[in-house]
Every structure is written in C-alpha cells, then in structure tokens.
Design a protein around this ligand. Structure first.
Ligand code: UN1
Length: 509
C-alpha cells in the first residue's frame, strides 16, 4: 500500500516554520548550510554553520560555564532539567513535527521520540538527588574511606539523524545534573530540531537562573565535530553514529587521554524458537525490522528461525510485509516513511545486489515507491531476504529496512550464528521455553549490551543503560548507572585518629 499524495516542500516549509514559531525559535535564513526534508528530498531553508572562530568561542564559553555549574548543588542543577522536561511536554506536538519533517519518522514514532526526551528528563531530575558515592570499610583504626563523584567537565555530544533529539537528551539531561556543560554537534541532516531543543534549554536556563552557556549548539559539518574530538578542554566525547566514525573518534580522543562514550553500529538479531508465540513474534519482528524504515541502531537486521517453523513464519512475514503502508509519515495510517536520503537508498540497493550474488533470495519488498511524486526522496518497501549463511554483507550494518532470514537446528547453533557478527548492540529471543530464554540471557548466550525475551530488538526504555559491545563501541548511555561516565570519582582516605598508620602494615619512621 502506498499513500498517493505527499505534502509539497512548500507545505513542509510552512509547517516547519509554524512549529519553530510556536517553540519561539527565530531562524536566521539565508546561509548555505541547508535544512532539508526526506519527505520530498528537497531543501527547506539555508542556515548558517558555525565557523572555526565560533567553535573556539563555544568551547571557551562552555569551559567557563562549567566552573560555575560544577559548584551549583546537584538538586539545583536538576531544576534546570525539570524545567526543560516541562517545556518539552508543552511543545511535544511541534517538536514531533520537526522530527517527522527532518528525519521522516511516522507521527507515532516522532511523538515517541519526544516522549523519550521527557522520560529522561524525569529520570535525570531524580538522579540529581541520587549521585551516590559510597563509604568503604578502612583497614586502619580511626580511618574512613569514601568514594566521591564530581562533575567531569565539558561534554561534546555528537549525534546522528535517526534519533535527532532523544539521543541528545539522554546525554544532556544526565550530563547537566552531573554538573557538566554540553556542546552539541548534531547531524547535519537535522538542524531544525536541534535549534528547537537548544532554544528550549536556553529558555529553561534563563527561567531558573542557570548560566546560558551550560549548553551550546554547534551547527556544522565534520570539521566542527573534529574540533570537539581533538580539543583537550572537552573532557568527554559522546558520539553516536557508524562504526567507521567511532573508529576515528575513539583513538583520537584516547590519544589526548580524553574520555569517549561510543554508541556505534548494530547488527541486531532475533532467534525464533519452535515454541514461540508466532502472533506476538510477528508483531515484534515487523516493528523492529520495518519500523523507522529500518533506521534505528536497534533495528532488527537478522532473523534466526528454527527450521521447523521457518516456512510458516516466512509466509506470515511475507504477507505482513506486503501490507505495510508506505508513504507520507504525517498520514495516520502510514507505518513506513522515507529513507533519509537517496544515498541511503543506493546503499540499500547495493547491499541487495551483493547479497543476491552471494546466494540470497528476496522474499518480499525491495521496490522503490513514490518515485514520480517525489523523485528526490527515497521511499522503499522493507525487504525480507532468505540467506543460507552470514556472508560478509549480512555481517555488515546496512542502515535500511533489510531483514535477513537464516535457519537453525539447535539453540547452540542459533546462539553461535547470533554472536558471529562484529557488532553487539541489541538482541532477542522469541520462545516460551524458560530454559532457552535463560540460556540466551546467560553469560554463554547473547553477547550484546541489550538482550530481550519475547520482544523485538528496538524500542528500549530510558530506565536501563543503553549501549553495546564489540564494534558497537562499549558505551552506555541513558538510565541505570550510565551517569558515572559523565563524572569523575575520587577515593578519599580520612584519618580521624591521632596516629599515622600505614596501609598494608608498612612501618616507616
Ligand atoms: C538509536 O537508534 O540510536 O531503543 C537509538 C531504541 C530507542 C533508541 C534508539 N529507544 O530503539
């Protein structure tokens, strides 16, 4: 199914302006840094990118603000984030419009992205009273050992187009309550939602009396990001994007002994066992594989199905794929919006050509849609591909809605296939057999940072830590104790006796 009509670029420009007006962002139009929309593939506005001098000024201002912010009590820092959360609630609909216009998400997912921001703000406000250190038993009489957590410094946040606002908020809400200041270099593809978020945070800062420079936005290309990566005043670089990008960022930050938090590619799989509830599995699989047009880092890319149920499952999935409504993401009935760009479609097509040369068979989907209505956009049917083995193309992350289907005979074999890719972000098993589920979750099971049972690989809640192993980069963001990456710890030994005793029984003098 395809909705036939698409909004025009003029409609979208007006809608974006209206949303920005409601939020209160004055956009200075006319520069050569373009805001564009994947709905038509055309440009919306020309904006102005940061110059090298702007970047230098931003880093200096952020560092100066840090010196004030780190001395502000954490619960007061939480007030800034509470106000941000309120403003996000107030502007939820307009923010979701911008997410749809720039990232192409369907309405429900765009609203979900804003909700994810609201949720992390709530979490971070609570966290602002829970940055717990510990007291540790000392081996010496009259001594106390303690662990204290302090703000780290300037945090550089480099984010991707696919979660243009939520990933920023995971980092920013937590970093701010931890006493850090933030410089945000968003994806070049999503400047408008970035301007909106930055504006609301500035408004919150003014209202609660926080320094304006606790947050600074840097619109720009890779060069702006590279400055954050290389500048020793940036204590932590939190970067979300491809493994290729992470391979560059990680070593460069490490070379100056800075910290990095890397959230890189995924190649997420689900195992479907013979006992699986297939109705539930199909819903979970289709959302995880075709939702967000396959452009989440948690998107389901490989399905490892027990041989006994493979034909039935594939048949049902083929039917479900055939019915996916593709088109205008603002349309209530649409489930699959556009890919981010024509280049993304080329990458998808080249993966499909390669996998077919390697023996893969396309079972459903793969055709371009709406090419006449929007020649510069990239609407495409999500694809199911049957493969016999995990060839090199299956082992890569292609940021598009391609689901490779493999079969297995034993759970051991399924787990081996599951783990036999370079990436380690998200994973799941559909089974009603508790032993199988527990084996999958055990040390010898999934090697990913996220491992689920009877639910797909995508759509994690903010309360847990988010991130993955191996080529996914090892970082953890969002909930649980991910906050520790945004702080530095100090171990304190306090002697309240009148003797100087040495540890490990050492005597001296
Ligand atoms: C991403 O794709 O970079 O778990 C983040 C999910 C979302 C976040 C995805 N909560 O799918």
């Amino acid at each position: 199914m395809t909705s036939t009509a698409l909004p025009t670029t003029d409609d979208l420009r007006t809608r974006a302006r209206t949303a920005l007006d409601h939020i209160g962002v004055g956009v200075a139009e006319g520069g050569d840094f373009s805001a564009r929309t994947p709905l038509t593939g055309e440009n919306l506005f020309g904006l102005t990118a940061a110059t090298d001098a702007d970047t230098e000024d931003t880093i200096a201002a952020s560092r100066a603000a840090f010196l004030t912010w780190r001395a502000t009590p954490a619960p007061r820092r939480g007030e800034l984030v509470r106000r941000l959360g309120e403003l996000l609630r107030e502007h939820k609909s307009d923010l979701a419009d911008l997410v749809t216009i720039e990232a192409g998400k369907i309405r429900s997912e765009a609203l979900g992205e804003v909700q994810e921001m609201i949720d992390i703000c709530d979490f971070a406000v609570g966290l602002s009273r829970q940055l717990y250190g510990r007291t540790i038993a000392s081996e010496r009489p009259g001594h106390r050992l303690a662990e204290t957590w302090h703000p780290l410094g300037v945090v550089g946040v480099i984010s991707a187009f696919n979660f243009p606002a939520a990933v920023w908020s995971w980092n920013t809400a937590v970093a701010l309550v931890c006493g850090d200041t933030v410089i945000w270099k968003p994806s070049e593809l999503t400047p408008l939602i970035s301007l909106a978020c930055d504006h609301l945070l500035a408004q919150a800062a003014d209202e609660v009396g926080a320094p304006r420079d606790v947050h600074r936005l840097l619109l720009g290309d890779r060069a702006a990001g590279a400055k954050l990566v290389d500048d020793p005043r940036v204590a932590l670089v939190s970067a979300t994007g491809s493994t290729r990008m992470g391979r560059e960022v990680g070593p460069r930050v490490a070379a100056r002994f800075g910290r990095s938090l890397l959230e890189l590619g995924g190649n997420n799989a689900a195992i479907v066992a013979p006992s699986a509830d297939l109705d539930l599995a199909i819903q979970g699989i289709v959302f995880a594989a075709a939702g967000t047009a396959g452009q989440r880092c948690t998107t389901l890319r490989r399905l490892i199905v027990h041989r006994d149920i493979a034909d039935t499952l594939v048949e049902r999935l083929t039917t479900a794929y055939g019915k996916l409504p593709i088109g205008d993401p603002f349309e209530d009935t649409t489930l699959v919006g556009p890919l981010i760009s024509a280049a993304a479609l080329d990458t998808m097509n080249s993966a499909l050509t390669r996998v077919q040369a390697q023996g893969g068979k396309i079972l459903a989907g793969g055709n371009r849609r709406l090419a006449e209505a929007a020649p510069a956009a990239a609407y495409v049917e999500p694809v199911l591909v049957r493969v016999d083995a995990q060839t090199d193309v299956v082992r890569e992350e292609t940021f598009a809605p391609i689901l490779y289907v493999l079969t297995y005979d034993t759970l051991e074999e399924a787990i081996a296939l599951h783990n036999d890719v370079p990436q380690g972000l998200s994973s799941s098993i559909f089974t009603r057999d508790q032993r199988e589920a527990e084996i999958f979750l055990s040390a010898a099971g999934s090697d990913c940072g996220i491992a689920n049972v009877n639910i797909g690989t995508s759509g994690a809640e903010i309360g847990g830590a988010f991130g993955g192993e191996k080529d996914t980069g090892g970082g953890r963001e969002s909930g649980s104790d991910a906050w520790k990456a945004y702080m530095r710890s100090a171990t304190n030994t306090i002697n309240y006796s009148s003797e100087l005793s040495l540890a490990q029984g050492v005597s001296f003098l």
